[in-house]
Design a protein around this ligand. Structure first.
Ligand SMILES: [Zn+2]
Length: 44
């Protein structure tokens, strides 16, 4: 049932920022759990 698995990943909810809750459109690993704006604020 590979087809169902692929649909499962497509239907995954969008990644959202842990701080402001804004949806993170692109999943950049370097951004972690924060959106681009909050990542900049944190200055890791
Ligand atoms: Zn944020």
């Amino acid at each position: 049932m590979v087809k169902n698995i692929m649909e499962f990943f497509r239907n995954l909810p969008p990644k959202s920022c842990a701080q402001c809750g804004e949806v993170i459109e692109e999943q950049h690993e370097c951004y972690g759990i924060y959106c681009e704006k909050c990542t900049t604020d944190h200055e890791y």
